[in-house]
Design a binder for this molecule. Structure first.
Ligand code: ADP
Ligand code: 5GP
Length: 217
């Protein structure tokens, strides 16, 4: 069934042996560990998690896939429906909540964001680990529901000043929205200690390498 990645995390099931020639044989990778099925990357807005997540997904298309969230926020230039997010109206999002179609959701900066249950099913079918770019509360919800299958990585900015300058230079939000995102950063930073790992994104290359090492060992 191709569910080795998931089966490996079930405490009540024995790890099936790897079939010969399948999976990560010797020499197939510089990394040695099978990633956890659910890898959560969280950070205050502007700390660089989207940049880091995209880099890691591009380097490991066979092992990882992105969890596409649903949101009611407006699409940014360059974003694509069904790739970056499922962009929904508030009515549709609330319908999805009522139908039980979300594993978790939060209202952030005046918009809904949530993880469709179907994303977990999709990852299981494809036997890939799912990489989440979600907020700290969403990350804690995932860990509560999937304690043995999840790994939580927090990306911290080098300082609040750097965070502000990254948000401003991204030019995707107006000053009022930037102020709201900075105000929330403090709460998010205070939850970093609940995560399994904290990576400071000062030098981008170093941060990508560190996150990769944490995921793949
Ligand atoms: P997030 O997804 O956490 O909101 P982004 O990945 O969109 O953040 O990054 C915010 C801005 O900062 C982007 O313009 C990105 O190119 C830039 N950025 C990300 N990491 C670094 C870094 N290490 N050094 C300098 N700029 C960075
Ligand atoms: P942005 O508008 O910058 O894309 O995202 C704003 C915040 O919402 C970020 O912290 C992002 O990680 C978070 N987010 C995106 N999708 C989800 C989701 O499905 N659930 C939760 N809880 N947060 C999400």
């Amino acid at each position: 069934m191709g569910l080795r990645r998931w089966a490996a995390c079930q405490p009540f099931k024995k790890n099936p042996p790897l079939p010969a020639g399948e999976g990560w044989g010797e020499g197939s990778s510089v990394f040695s560990h099978m990633p956890k099925p659910l890898i959560v990357i969280s950070a205050p807005s502007g700390a660089g998690k989207t940049t880091i997540t995209k880099r890691i997904l591009a380097a490991h298309p066979g092992e990882l896939m992105f969890s596409v969230s649903a949101t009611t926020r407006a699409m940014r230039p360059g974003e694509r429906e069904g790739v970056d997010y499922f962009f929904l109206t508030r009515e549709k999002f609330e319908e999805l909540i009522r139908a039980g179609g979300l594993i978790e959701y939060e209202e952030i900066f005046g918009n809904y964001y949530g993880t469709p249950t179907e994303e977990i099913e999709r990852a299981k079918r494809m036997n890939k680990s799912l990489l989440f770019d979600i907020d700290v509360k969403g990350g804690i919800s995932i860990r509560t529901k999937y304690p043995t299958e999840s790994q939580l990585i927090f990306i911290a900015p080098p300082s609040l000043e750097v965070l502000e300058s990254r948000l401003t230079s991204r030019e995707t939000e107006n000053p009022e929205v930037i102020a709201r995102r900075l105000a929330r950063a403090e709460m998010e930073m205070s939850m970093a200690q609940k995560y399994d790992h904290v990576v400071v994104n000062d030098n981008l290359e170093a941060a990508v390498n560190e996150v990769e090492r944490l995921i793949f060992g």
